[in-house]
Every structure is written in C-alpha cells, then in structure tokens.
Design a binder for this molecule. Structure first.
Ligand SMILES: Cc1ncc(COP(=O)(O)O)c(C=O)c1O
Ligand SMILES: [Zn+2]
Length: 413
C-alpha cells in the first residue's frame, strides 16, 4: 500500500505513470514523485510512525512502496547523538550529530537503495546497477545480495580501497572506469539505454531520491517532533540536501510537526569540488560543471544532477554554502573522532569543518538547535588519515614498555 500518485516533471509539471522513468519527454526536466497528501494526512499519526519498524520503513506512508515487500537490510533509525565535547569546543550548546555512518553498508546510501531496490524488484528487474562515487556501490551490491538480484556497479578507478572492498564483498560485477564520476555517469546513461537494468540513480532516480527524505523525518522525530533551526549537510549531486528539506515540508504539511519549517539549510562541499556552493556564493542561477580534484571522493560530482534545486533550497531556507579548504577535510574527521568518538569518512570531515566555520563566523548562534549530518564511515577512507598511525613498537617486556611510554611523555600514572 502506498499513497504515491504519479511521476511529475519538476519543470513543466506534466504527469507520468509510475514506471522506471526519470526524464520528461517534453522538456527534459527531471521527474519526481507526487503523493496523495490528503490520504497520507488522514492515515498517518505520530503513534503510527512510532509503532513502525526501527528502520526507514517506519515512514512507509511517505515512500513509493510499502514496507511489506521491502528489500530491507536494516537501513535507518541511526543514532541522533547530543554532542558534548564538540559543541563545547565550538561554542554550541544545542548541537546534535546524526550518525548515519552506522548503516548496514556504512553510509546513508542504504536508505536510498532500500527504496530503489524494492521498487526495481516490483518492476520486475533482475539486475540492480549504479554509477557511484563509492558508497552507493556498496549499498547497491548489499541490497542486491539480499534481494537475490544481480548487481553491476560502476565507479571511477581511483576510489579508496575501503569503498572497493566494501562493494566487492557482496559479489557484484565491479566496473572500474578510467575517468571521473561524471564520465562514469555519462557512460551509465548510455548503458541504461541498452541494457534492461535498474540503475538506481538513473532510470530509478525518482524512487531512489525519496529514500533521502527519511533523513529529514527521522531527525524531526528523534528531536521530539520538532525541526532543527540549522542543518549542516554534505552535497554531491545535491539530492540528499534537497530531500531533507522536502521531508521537513511533508511532515509539516500533514501536521506531524507544527510548521512553518524555519530550518536554515547549510550546504557544505570540499573546495576541490564545490560547484553548487560556488554558484550560490557567486549569485548565479545555474551550476557550472567543474573538474573535481578533492580528497572527499564521495562528494566528487562535478556536474550535479540536483544542483539547481539545491540552489533553490539554499535561497528558500536562508541557508549558506561553504566550500571547505581541502586540508580542513581530514582535520574535520580527526576533530569528530577525538571529541565524540565517531569515525567518519571525508564527507563527514567536510561537514564538521563546515560546522566549525559556521559557528566561528556566528552564522549559527550558541543556543540554536543544530543538526550536523554525518553520512559515511571513516573505515572506508582510511588513506585520508594515514598520518594518525604511529603505534609504539616494543618487545614484550616491562622495561621496553616503560621506555616507550616515557618517550611519548606519559608515565600513565
Ligand atoms: C557519504 C556521502 N555523503 C553525502 C553524499 C552526497 O549525496 P548526494 O549525491 O545526494 O548529494 C554522498 C554521495 O555519494 C556520500 O557518499
Ligand atoms: Zn517537463
């Protein structure tokens, strides 16, 4: 059971049936799902949501497929951690960290793929595929395994080992393309025209993108049915960022949370690939593609599919865009690990350094309710923080140990 009505063009508003389509035939605009919001409003309640499973499927009334047939490996309902030490350091008394790095394949991409894989199976596809900056490949391969589907994942050949192994372990076909993510994506659009495969972020993109709304719902529910005053979110294609905003609006429109939505949505990218942030800060209304050169490989999309919609959300919400200097990406990873015990990947480093900038410049005030989205796991991007590794080599004697502990300036007593 789902309240989904149709696909609708985001540009010209034309309606399309619920099929594996992502582009409008008339104006080439992207398609998005539309729902019977009156029906949702008459059905949904805080109690109904709270009684649902501890996964994204507790929000099934807002998704294009029902929970009964879900391809579900447990995505979602991740911890919303009240910050103690990082908040104190940054002068923020009301800071929360949405720790989505603990999803089953270790990134928020499990949310989007759980929805896309469920719909793909319902459409009768036998192969799940994607163009990926790494995390999506892991999520696609894991969900395909669970669904009994074949998987073919395409990625740039220069990804971190943790991303490649994190996908390959589920036994998909891994295609390593000698090119950037944007090259991979272009190739996959051609492949999708020629092979009967469900590319989660191409022909299945409208369904896939819906999964990111759950990162809005979940935060609102975990805050006690409130919206935060600030969100700090990483951006690659811009889909996650725009869909969290959409999720807040849906919750307000059906009365689950009192509106209006007055959250300021801050978008963070790494300096070496920040086309959306640059467009916003230069007051442009188009996003100019860039050639990525960044340590934050998961965010290395030079030509973001949802770029103009992200610009719209930045304007509507009164948010800011911040491009984090490259050297601050790993500083952010270390800061989060050392203050809160959370090991995030480079995308999380971008968010934490962006958060620090927003706090230091006064864009976020001490008492304002703020959520920083930590979307991926640091074990997948170990190369980025290799410099933290310096164990003390000793032989197994007390004197060798004591010599070593003295050398690091601690007697441990
Ligand atoms: C860990 C992580 N965070 C954030 C993003 C950004 O997602 P989006 O492409 O929806 O902007 C990605 C994209 O791959 C990612 O891997
Ligand atoms: Zn159209």
């Amino acid at each position: 059971m789902s309240f989904v009505k149709c696909l609708r063009c985001r540009e010209c508003g034309r309606e399309y049936p619920i099929e594996p389509l992502n582009v409008c035939d008339f104006c080439f605009g992207p398609l998005e799902l539309d729902y019977d919001y009156d029906g949702i409003g008459n059905t949904v309640s805080r109690e109904r949501v709270a009684g649902g499973p501890l996964t994204i499927w507790r929000y099934q009334d807002f998704l294009p497929v029902g929970a009964a047939d879900a391809v579900d490996i447990g995505a979602g309902f991740t911890p919303l951690v009240r910050s103690k030490n990082l908040g104190k350091l940054l002068g923020l008394d009301n800071l929360y960290l949405k720790n989505d790095s603990v999803n089953p394949s270790y990134s928020f991409k499990d949310r989007v793929v759980s929805v896309a894989a469920t719909k793909a199976r319902e459409f009768g596809f036998e192969t799940l595929a994607c163009a990926s900056t790494g995390n999506l490949a892991c999520a696609v391969a894991a969900h395909a395994a669970r669904a009994g589907m074949k998987a073919v994942v395409f990625m740039p050949s220069d990804l971190e080992r943790g991303k490649v192994v994190g996908a390959a372990i589920y036994a998909p076909v891994v295609i390593a393309v000698d090119g950037s993510y944007d090259d991979v994506n272009r190739l996959c659009s051609e492949v999708a025209d020629n092979y009967p495969w469900a590319f989660v972020n191409i022909n299945m993109r409208p369904y896939y993108a819906e999964g990111s709304k759950t990162l809005g719902y979940e935060v609102a529910e975990q805050l006690g049915w409130r919206f935060p005053e600030h969100c700090v979110i990483p951006g690659a294609s811009g889909a996650l960022y725009t869909k969290i905003w959409r999720g807040f609006h849906e919750f307000a429109s059906v009365g689950l949370v009192d509106g209006p939505v007055d959250t300021r949505m801050h978008l963070t990218q790494a300096m070496g690939c920040s086309p959306i942030v640059q467009a916003f800060n230069n007051e442009e209304d188009v996003v100019r593609p860039v050639r990525p050169n960044t340590v934050a490989k998961s965010l290395a999309i030079g030509n973001p599919a949802d770029g103009i919609y992200a610009l719209k959300t930045l304007h509507e919400s009164g948010g800011t865009g911040y491009a984090v200097p490259e050297e601050e990406v790993t500083e952010g990873m270390k800061l989060l690990a050392e203050t809160e015990g959370i090991f995030t990947e480079t995308a999380g480093g971008v968010v934490v350094s962006g958060l620090r900038y927003l706090a230091e410049t006064g864009a976020i005030k001490r008492d304002e309710l703020t959520v920083a989205y930590i979307t991926g796991n640091g074990l997948k991007t170990q190369e980025a923080v290799d410099d933290v590794v310096h164990p003390l080599p000793i032989i197994p004697t007390m004197s060798s140990f004591e010599e070593a502990i003295k050398a690091v300036g601690s007697n441990g007593k």
